[in-house]
Design a protein around this ligand. Structure first.
Ligand code: 0A1
Ligand code: ZN
Length: 880
């Protein structure tokens, strides 16, 4: 464990590698405590490397057994070895072969980086810097090598032996009870894409024929007995493969594509070449144990990892600062895929909700960083909402600005020009410049400036001139370490909506470039005049959330009510409802804090009523429109001196008003919820979402028999979506049958670890005053396992980030519980600990009493001398 603050790595210090590794032959002899790794690599100096330049290979917690060059063991004086580094002092001038042997202990690897065991199965995680925990190597993404991997293990324990690429050979090791497999991957790749899996797993096979006629073997490997849970993942994989061919002309490039599901995994999944390794949560599903949201997540994550084959693997990152090159682009691609599979508007709303609830607070707090950071201490802490989600928004803006054809031409050029390379954001943007003839210099600021731009918009209609004027101002709020900022180029989709709800077509526009419905706002202040506008319109701005900015548009309540009913852009209809609700929630929160009587406004209830009875809207969209902004979103809107209890009371008062006022309509919807066999398709999922949203409001109405209705829905549910929705309502509203339902859920699902994660999470997110004690007690539950990241996320992470009133309790017990857990987990798994620690990131926005309590919890963590590099980095930045 390294307790010191790691040195800063800076983008400006990037240097080309001094050596390259052309081929790698790995011979891995698997054993739980003593795995022997023999690595044979062909090395050559890169042009310009002077004679005698030492070769410095990265390691992490390694133990060296031998080292040879061109078949000759090295004298001790010719090299230096430590667990973190192997230096060959004076390597030969001509290309040479280096053989390095290390011994590692997978069963003791609790960090889940490098080679580890999950339920007895050997597996690896090498991104970002895990390969150096297997062997000494130039562990950086711009070293691209062709890998051959020989795996050897006990034949009985590990009948399945997998690595990247195509299978080349298998056999018994004569005179032993061991067997081996050799895999060859012809595509040069960085070490972070290396993977192996060995164990006793069941195989679910299928095939896919590419559009050029190659038949690809597809396999999903899971624990025995779980074969029946892979159907949706396999179907999603085949749809992803077809979609990438049809949408981007990209075909798969090996004869086999393997997916392995493991239960212990730090993140969602990993795109290792030809051998994707998944957190089993993103593979396994059936109606009994998975919700509609789980099905949608599986579809998206399977697609995401598959799409990385081109955006990430064939073209990779030159260095880790360029992480968004593969992640932003791949998230954009998976979002597009899901939009095509489902409703585009509903998907957009869900993505924007995620962006606003995760990325906006990150960008507004101490952990803010640009989409392409310029410096880091620990790269594992940069797998963030900013790199992923804002990174995807930047790619989407590029498409919005250039238009679909020029965007596609730029991407085609990117694949043509950079296939087989490790490259940069500059090279990516250059492809779009070259294909479109546009200058993207100003656009590139989106990659380099942190903070969410705030756009203020004011309008004025001049009836005499029949002109409509829009005044725009942009500003980036202060971000730690960012001294100056420049104006971004912000593509704003818009519509001038006439009183009938029809978009007007203005005669001409002064003051901005407008093409179609996209206006480019690229100065600090800009005044745009639309001419020949016959009637005063209502401006619908930032349609489809065309740029990741906060919009301050002065719309009256009447104008918002109008857009909520009439806007032709479904996203902005939803947005208008959210804005109306948010304004009311902020007003109610301050009334509650000032001990004034609260009375939610009736306007929003009328909107809900008309949305519910609008036959042109699909159920999923109605469900989204009826979902009030979350407590954390309201906190963010308020910005400072935040009191989570007041926010919750405000939200509950609005919910209760809606529940009472609309109870008749709500009950009808609940009763019309889909019956019969479950299907995960978007349409019935949308109906379930609406019915459960209706139940959520109905539960706080005055109607009689409410709690019996919820309890009955729990009992009679034929799928996990409805069962979990009812359970959550019972527990979170502390209804009479809550304990009974929790016990029933436990008994029904105790043998299914993923379903039990929902049971832990439901209790951890209950806004009840004993939640911290309940969480502490559940940490001793026999099914809770602190070494399983999914369990930590289900219990502790969901408490810290999904239960704002109880995490930030005025007695400090919530902060204390999480801080102590961070310290305990940090010893075992720094990545999981540091992620949990990020839940403190908005502590300065809390009211003084709570923020003081949060600060002392953070100081307690900071004072620990044994802190991992990951947690040290987060705690230092959070406190700065
Ligand atoms: N590249 C993966 C995410 C990932 C990142 C890091 C990991 O370990 C530290 C694991 C997975 C993706 O984008 O899906
Ligand atoms: Zn990714």
């Amino acid at each position: 464990m390294r307790s010191e603050t790691a040195p800063a790595i800076r983008l400006e210090d990037y240097q080309l590698p001094r050596y390259r590794i052309e081929t790698v032959f790995l011979d891995i002899n698997l054993d739980p405590t003593e795995t022997r790794v023999c690595t044979r690599m062909s090395l050559a100096r890169t042009a310009g490397t002077p004679d005698g330049t030492p070769l410095e290979l990265d390691g992490d917690d390694l133990s060296l057994t031998s080292v040879q060059i061109d078949g000759v063991p090295l004298e001790c004086s010719a090299y230096e070895a430590s667990p973190e580094k192997l230096t060959i002092k004076a390597p030969p001038a001509a290309p040479f072969e280096l053989i390095v042997e290390t011994v590692i202990n997978p069963s003791a690897n609790t960090q889940l980086m490098g080679l580890y065991q999950s339920s007895g199965t050997y597996c690896t995680q090498c991104e970002a810097e895990g390969f150096r925990r297997i062997t000494y190597f130039l562990d950086r993404p711009d070293i691209l090598s062709v890998y051959t991997t020989r795996l050897e293990a006990l034949a009985n324990n590990c009948p399945v032996l997998l690595a990247n690429g195509n299978l080349a050979e298998t056999g018994r090791v004569e005179g032993t009870d061991r067997h081996f497999a050799v895999w060859h991957d012809p595509h040069p790749k960085p070490a972070y894409l290396f993977a192996l899996v060995a164990g006793d797993l069941a195989k679910v096979p299928d095939r896919f024929t590419t559009r050029s006629g190659t038949s690809v073997e597809l396999n999903i490997y899971v624990e025995h007995g779980k074969e029946g849970l892979c159907g949706w993942a396999m179907d999603s994989l085949k749809r992803s493969m077809r979609w990438d061919e049809e949408t981007f002309g990209l075909e798969y490039d090996l004869s086999v594509f393997n997916i392995v599901a493991v239960s212990d995994f730090n993140m969602g999944a990993m795109e290792n070449k030809g051998l994707n390794i998944f957190n089993d949560k993103y593979v396994l599903a059936d109606p009994e144990t998975a919700t509609d949201q789980d099905y949608a997540n599986i579809e998206a994550v399977i697609a995401h990892e598959y799409f990385h084959n081109w955006t990430g693997n064939r073209i990779t990152c030159r260095d880790w600062f360029q992480l968004c090159l593969k992640e932003g682009l791949t998230v954009f691609r998976d979002q597009e895929f899901s939009s095509d599979m489902r409703s585009r508007a509903v998907k957009r709303i869900a993505d924007v909700r995620l962006l606003k609830s995760h990325q906006f607070p990150e960008d507004a707090g101490p952990l803010a960083h640009p989409v392409r950071p310029r410096t880091y201490h620990e790269i594992n802490n940069f797998y963030t909402a900013t790199v992923y989600e804002k990174g995807a928004e930047v790619v989407r803006m590029l498409k919005t600005m250039l238009g679909p054809e020029a965007f596609r031409a730029g991407l085609d050029l990117y694949f043509e020009r950079h296939d087989g390379e490790a490259t940069t954001i500059e090279a990516f943007l250059k492809c779009f410049e070259d294909s479109s003839g546009r200058d993207l210099g100003q656009f590139s600021l989106w990659y380099d400036q942190a903070g969410t731009p705030v756009v203020a918009a004011e309008t004025e209609y001049d009836p005499a001139r029949q002109s409509f004027t829009l005044s725009l101002t942009q500003e980036i709020p202060p971000v730690p370490g960012q001294k100056t900022t420049r104006a971004n180029v912000i593509p704003l989709r818009f519509g001038l909506v006439d009183p009938n709800g029809t978009d007007l077509t203005p005669g001409s526009v002064d003051g901005a470039t407008v093409s179609g419905d996209v206006l480019l706002f690229d100065q600090q202040h800009q005044t745009v005049t639309f001419k020949n506008v016959p009637v005063p319109p209502v401006l619908s701005l930032q349609r489809a959330f065309s740029a990741p900015v906060r919009l301050n548009q002065k719309l009256s309540e009447d104008e918002l009510l109008f857009l909520a009913r009439k806007d032709s852009d479904p996203f902005n209809r939803w947005q208008a409802v959210q804005t109306l609700a948010m304004q009311d929630l902020v007003r109610l929160t301050s009334a509650i804090r000032a001990h004034q009587p609260v009375s939610p406004s009736e306007g929003i209830i009328d909107v809900f009523r008309s949305i519910l009875s609008d036959g042109s809207l699909d159920a999923a969209l109605k469900a989204q429109a009826l979902t009030l902004p979350g407590e954390a979103d309201i906190a963010q809107e308020i910005g400072k001196d935040v009191d989570p209890d007041a926010i919750r009371s405000a939200r509950e008062s609005l919910r209760s008003l809606a529940g009472k006022a609309l109870s008749g309509q709500l009950l009808q919807i609940i009763e019309a919820s889909p019956a019969g066999a479950y299907s995960p398709d978007a349409e019935p999922a949308g109906q379930r979402a609406l019915a459960n949203r209706a139940l959520h409001y109905f539960a706080v109405s005055d109607a009689s028999g409410v709690s019996a209705l919820v309890a009955d829905r729990f009992k009679t549910a034929n799928n996990m979506t409805d069962r979990l929705a009812a359970l959550t309502l019972l527990v979170h509203s502390n209804l009479p049958r809550a304990a009974e339902a929790l016990a029933a859920f436990h008994d029904r699902h105790q043998s299914n670890s993923l379903a039990m994660d929902k049971w832990f999470m439901t209790q951890a997110t209950a806004p009840l005053k004993d939640a911290a004690q309940v969480v502490a007690r559940l940490m001793d539950h026999p099914l809770y396992d602190p070494s399983n990241p999914n369990k930590v996320r289900a219990l502790l992470q969901s408490f810290a980030s999904g239960n704002p009133t109880q995490f930030a309790r005025v007695d400090g017990s919530g902060f204390k519980l999480v801080a102590e857990s961070v310290l305990a987990i940090d010893k075992r798994n720094p990545q999981v600990a540091s992620r949990l620690l990020t839940s403190f990131r908005s502590w300065r926005a809390l009211e003084p009493q709570r923020s003081a309590l949060a600060e002392s919890a953070l100081l307690r963590i900071s004072s620990c001398e044994e802190l991992s590099r990951d947690s040290r980095d987060i705690v230092d930045r959070t406190l700065q």
